[in-house]
Design a protein around this ligand. Structure first.
Ligand code: BES
Ligand code: ZN
Length: 844
C-alpha cells in the first residue's frame, strides 16, 4: 500500500494566526490562516479537506495553487527554501458529521438550539483550517473567532480569552502543540469553576438543558485528577486553564484537546442525587483518562499514528491509577479486571487481530487503529504488567525524565522504554517489544512431570492454529511461591520440585498472582484440584482470575462450560462485585447454547435464579444506606441475573416500583435499567412503550436515556421493534451518536435480530456516508460479530461483507469478526450437548 506522504518533510510550521468565522444560520465557515514556518523545498503543500480556497499568498504575493482533493492537499511553490509567511483564504461547509467544526443540536424548554465545537483527532483540523495536520508538526496557534453570536453566548478555546473586539474573540497564543489538539466551542453554555492547589483554573461547561448541579461531580474529579497528576508526574500542568465541556452531539466518548477537553454528555454530567455508582465511576475514569493525556499525548505526543498506543494505552492505565489514588474505596482496579482485561483477552486471541504497535500506511488505516480492546485495553494491561515489574518509584522517576526530555515535542515507544529502563535498571524494551509488536498472548501450561513443575508457553489462538507459530513472549511469572524465576523467556522451563513449591506457596499454587500479566494459565488436574478445593478461601481477584482462565479456555474447548457451571454456586454468594461480575459473565457465555424459548433457556433461567436468589434477597432492588461500595456495584449484576432468572419477587417488586414512580424520570437510578426492562419484557403495553419512547426523546439526562434505550430495545413486540427501527434514521428521536447502541440492542433481541440485520444491510451506504469518517465506525461490524451464532447468519455475514474487504478502514475488522462468529458456531456444535446435560442435572 502507498505510504502517506508526510507534508512536514517539506514545510515546518512555527506559528498559525487563525481567523475563523462560523455562521450557524448559513452553515458556513469563512477563514483566513496565516502560517509562518520553514520551507524545506520549493514545492510545498498544506493539508485541507473540503476547503474552498480562494487565494494563497506567500510572503504577501499571490501565488498559483492547485487543490488535490484525493490527497487532501493544497499545493504551491515558494520562491526559495527558508522562512515563509503563507496566507490562505477559504470557505468551508459547516457539516453535521461530528468532525472538524460542527454544530450540536439540543432543546431548552422546547426551543431548538445549537452549540458549535470542534473534533480534530485524528485528521480533521484540515477541515477547519489549512496546515500541516500531522502530530509531529507542532506549532503555536493564535485563534480569532467570530460567529453569529446571540446575547449571553460564550466562546472558549484551548487558552483563555484575551479580549473581544468588534465581535471577534481573541484567545491567548497557545504553547507548542499538535494540530489535532486545537479546539474551540461557542454557544449558550453554563459553567462552574474552581482552582487547583497550584492555581490552575478548572471549569465544567454544559448547555443549559441540564440542571446546574449536574456539573459538580465532574469539577471535583477534574480538579483532584490534575492535582494527582501534577504530583505523580512531578511535572506541572503547563496551561492556565483546564475546561471540561459536555456536548450534545459527540462521536467519540471524550477528547483530550489541550486545555479544553470535550465529552459526550453521558461521560461528564452526573445527577448527584440519582446516579448509580458504576456510572459515577465511568465518568470519573473518563475524566481521569483525558486529563492523563494532558501530559501523555499533549505535552509529549507520539511521533506518528503508529505509536498511538503511547497515547491511549498509557492514558487507559493512568485513569485507573489516578482514580484509585483519589477514590481508594472504589477499588477501581476491579472494574479494570472485569471489563478491560476481559475484553482484551477475548479479542486478542483471534487470528488476524492487530498488535498494539501497528504500522499505518493508508490514511484510512488510522481509523482502523482504534481497536479499543487492543490499543486501549491490552495496551493498558501491558503497562500494568510493566508497572508491576518495575514499581511506582521507577515508573515515576522514568516518566519525569521522559517529560523533561520530550516536553513540547514528540516521542516513540523506544524513548519511553529508554527512560523507564534507565530508572529501573532493567531492559524494559526487550520485554515489552515481545508484547507490543506481536499480536496475541500465550497460555502457560503448568504440569507436574516426575515430581517437578514444568511450564510451557504456547500462543493462545481461538481459531485455526498454525503449525509454525513461533511467537514467544517474555512472561513475568508472578508465582505464589517464593524463589521461582521472575521471567519465562524461553518456550518452557522447569520451575522446581512440586512438593517444595507446594509447601512454600501462599495458598494453592498459582501463576500471574494479581492478574497483571497479559496471559492465561492452564493447570494440570492435580494443581487445579488444589485450587478448586481452596476456591472459597481465595481473594476476590484470585477467584475472578480462576473464572477468567476457565472461560477463555472453554472458548477453545480446553475446558467444558459443563464443568464451569457446577463451580458457580460456590462463588455465587460472594460479597465481591468483581466475583459476581465473573459469575454472571460465565452465565452469559452459556447463553449461546440456549435458543430463545427453548427448554435449555428455561433451565438456564432456573439455574440463574437459584444462583442469584440469596444475594438478591440481601441486596434488594433499591439502594440502601447500609450499602458497601461492593454492594452498590454488585446490585445491578445480581438484579440483572434475577431478572433473567425471572425471580417472581423481583418481577413484582420492579413492577410496583415502576407504577409507584409514575414516570421514568422519577425512578431511582439504582435498578432503573432492570425496572424498565421488566416493564417492557414482562408487562408490556403499547401505552407504556409509547410513553417511554417519548420520555427518551424528552429527557436530557444521558444516563436515563441509556437505560431507556436498553429497555426499549428489549421489547418482545415485533410492531414496537418496527417503530424503533423506523426511528434509526430520525435524529429528532435517536441522535446519530447513539445509533450504534440502539442497533446493538435490537440486534441482540431475538425478536428484533432479523429486522435489525436487514435494516443494516439496506442502509449500509447511508451509514458509511453519515458515520463512515468516524474512528469507531468499524464497531458497527463488531457489534454484529458479538451476537451472530448460527452458520446461516455467518454465511449472510460473509456474503454481505465479502466485497468490502478491500476497504482499509474496515478490512481487518471484517476478517477478525468473521472468525469470531465462526468460533461461536463451532463452539455451539462442540459443547451444546454437554452443556444441556449439565444444566439438566443442575436444576433437578
Ligand atoms: N483521543 C481519544 C479520542 C479519540 C480518538 C477521538 C481517536 C478521535 C479519534 C480519547 O482520549 C479517548 O480515548 N476517548 C475514549 C474514551 C476514553 C475514556 C476511553 C473514547 O472516545 O472512546
Ligand atoms: Zn484517550
Amino acid at each position: 500500500m502507498a505510504n502517506i506522504e508526510r507534508l512536514y518533510d517539506f514545510f515546518e510550521p512555527e506559528h498559525y494566526d487563525l481567523f475563523i468565522d462560523v455562521s450557524r444560520a448559513d452553515k458556513l465557515i469563512k477563514g483566513k490562516t496565516v502560517v509562518n514556518g520553514e520551507a524545506k523545498r520549493e514545492a510545498i503543500a498544506l493539508h485541507q479537506h473540503d476547503l474552498k480556497v480562494s487565494s494563497v499568498k506567500v510572503n504577501d504575493r499571490a501565488v498559483d495553487f492547485t487543490v488535490d482533493d484525493a490527497a487532501d492537499q493544497i499545493r504551491f511553490n515558494v520562491e526559495k527554501v527558508g522562512p515563509q509567511t503563507i496566507e490562505v483564504e477559504y470557505q468551508a461547509p459547516l457539516t453535521d458529521n461530528m468532525n472538524g467544526i460542527y454544530p450540536s443540536y439540543y432543546q431548552v424548554d422546547g426551543q431548538d438550539k445549537q452549540v458549535v465545537s470542534t473534533q480534530f483527532e485524528t485528521y480533521f483540523s484540515r477541515q477547519a483550517f489549512p496546515g500541516i495536520d500531522e502530530p509531529e508538526a507542532k506549532a503555536t496557534f493564535s485563534l480569532a473567532l467570530k460567529f453569529d453570536e446571540q446575547p449571553g453566548e460564550v466562546a472558549i478555546a484551548n487558552m483563555p480569552e484575551e479580549r473581544v473586539e468588534d465581535g471577534v474573540h481573541y484567545f491567548e497564543k497557545t504553547v507548542k502543540m499538535s494540530t489535532y489538539l486545537v479546539a474551540f466551542a461557542f454557544g449558550d453554555f453554563q459553567s462552574i469553576e474552581t482552582k487547583t492547589k497550584s492555581g490552575i483554573k478548572v471549569g465544567v461547561y454544559a448547555t443549559k438543558a441540564h440542571p446546574a448541579k449536574d456539573l459538580d461531580f465532574a469539577l471535583d474529579i477534574a480538579k483532584r485528577s490534575i492535582e494527582f497528576y501534577e504530583d505523580f508526574y512531578q511535572t506541572p500542568y503547563p496551561l492556565a486553564q483546564s475546561l471540561q465541556v459536555a456536548l450534545p452531539d459527540f462521536s467519540a466518548g471524550a477528547m483530550e484537546n489541550w486545555g479544553m477537553v470535550t465529552y459526550r454528555e453521558a461521560y461528564l454530567l452526573v445527577d448527584p442525587d440519582n446516579t448509580e455508582l458504576s456510572m459515577k465511576q465511568v465518568v470519573a475514569t473518563v475524566i481521569a483518562h483525558e486529563l492523563a493525556h494532558q501530559w501523555f499525548g499533549d505535552l509529549v505526543t507520539m511521533k506518528w499514528w503508529d505509536e498511538l498506543w503511547l497515547n491511549e494505552s498509557f492514558a487507559n492505565m493512568m485513569e485507573f491509577v489516578a482514580i484509585d489514588a483519589i477514590e481508594p474505596d472504589w477499588h477501581i482496579w476491579e472494574s479494570f479486571n472485569a471489563n478491560d482485561v476481559q475484553a482484551a483477552f477475548r479479542r486478542d486471541a483471534l487470528p488476524g487481530v492487530q498488535p498494539v504497535h501497528v504500522a499505518v500506511h493508508h490514511p484510512e488505516e488510522i481509523d482502523a487503529l482504534f481497536d479499543p480492546a487492543i490499543v486501549y485495553a491490552k495496551g493498558a494491561h501491558l503497562l500494568v504488567m510493566l508497572r508491576s515489574l518495575i514499581g511506582d518509584d521507577a515508573l515515576r522517576k522514568g516518566l519525569k525524565a521522559y517529560f523533561d526530555k520530550k516536553a513540547y515535542g514528540n516521542a516513540t515507544g523506544d524513548d519511553l522504554w529508554a527512560a523507564l529502563g534507565a530508572a529501573s535498571g532493567q531492559d524494559i524494551g526487550a520485554i515489552m517489544k515481545t508484547w507490543l509488536d506481536q499480536p496475541g498472548y500465550p497460555v502457560l501450561s503448568v504440569a507436574i512431570e516426575d515430581g517437578r513443575v514444568k511450564v510451557r508457553q504456547t500462543p493462545f489462538v481461538l481459531g485455526d492454529k498454525q503449525a509454525d507459530d513461533k511467537r514467544l513472549w517474555q512472561v513475568p511469572l508472578a508465582a505464589s511461591a517464593p524463589g521461582l524465576p521472575k521471567l519465562l523467556t524461553e518456550k518452557s522451563a522447569d520451575l522446581g520440585d512440586w512438593a517444595e513449591i507446594k509447601a512454600a506457596s501462599d495458598g494453592p499454587f498459582r501463576l500471574n498472582v494479581g492478574n497483571a500479566g497479559h496471559y492465561i494459565v492452564s493447570y494440570d488436574d492435580e494443581i487445579l484440584a488444589e485450587q478448586v478445593k481452596a476456591l472459597t478461601t481465595l481473594s476476590a481477584i484470585d477467584q475472578a482470575q480462576f473464572l477468567q482462565n476457565a472461560l477463555l479456555l472453554a472458548q477453545d474447548n480446553q475446558v467444558g462450560y459443563a464443568d464451569i457451571l457446577p463451580v458457580l454456586p460456590l462463588l455465587a454468594n460472594s460479597e465481591s462485585a468483581l466475583v459476581q461480575d465473573f459469575v454472571y459473565q460465565a452465565v452469559s457465555a452459556v447463553k449461546v447454547f440456549a435458543e430463545p424459548d427453548s427448554k435449555t433457556e428455561a433451565y438456564l433461567q432456573v439455574f440463574t435464579r437459584g444462583l442469584s436468589t440469596e444475594r438478591f434477597e440481601a441486596l434488594g432492588l433499591a439502594k440502601k444506606a447500609s450499602d458497601s461500595v461492593s454492594d452498590e456495584l454488585a446490585r445491578p449484576v445480581v438484579v440483572g441475573a434475577a431478572l433473567f432468572g425471572k425471580n417472581p419477587a423481583l418481577l413484582e417488586e420492579a413492577h410496583k416500583a415502576f407504577e409507584a414512580a409514575g414516570s421514568a424520570q422519577k425512578l431511582a437510578a439504582d435498578g432503573r435499567t432492570e425496572v424498565l426492562k421488566n416493564e417492557l419484557v414482562n408487562f408490556n403495553q403499547q401505552e407504556t412503550f409509547a410513553g417511554l419512547l417519548a420520555d427518551y426523546q424528552e429527557t436530557s439526562n444521558a444516563s436515563l436515556k441509556r437505560d431507556l434505550s436498553a429497555a426499549l430495545a428489549a421489547t418482545p413486540n415485533p410492531l414496537q421493534i418496527k417503530e424503533l427501527i423506523a426511528a434509526f434514521k430520525d435524529p429528532a428521536v435517536i441522535k446519530p451518536q447513539d445509533l450504534r447502541n440502539w442497533f446493538a440492542g435490537v440486534l441482540a433481541n431475538p425478536v428484533g435480530q432479523d429486522a435489525a440485520w436487514a435494516w443494516f444491510q439496506e442502509n449500509w451506504d447511508w451509514l458509511v456516508d453519515r458515520l463512515g469518517g468516524d474512528m469507531s465506525f468499524s464497531s458497527y461490524i463488531t457489534v454484529i460479530a458479538r451476537i451472530f451464532k448460527s452458520r446461516e447468519k455467518l454465511d449472510e455475514f460473509n456474503a454481505f461483507f465479502d466485497d468490502k474487504k478491500d476497504q482499509p478502514g474496515i478490512a481487518r475488522e471484517i476478517v477478525v469478526d468473521a472468525q469470531m462468529i465462526e468460533n461461536r458456531v463451532e463452539l455451539v456444535e462442540a459443547q451444546e450437548a454437554a452443556v444441556v446435560k449439565a444444566l439438566d442435572g443442575l436444576v433437578k
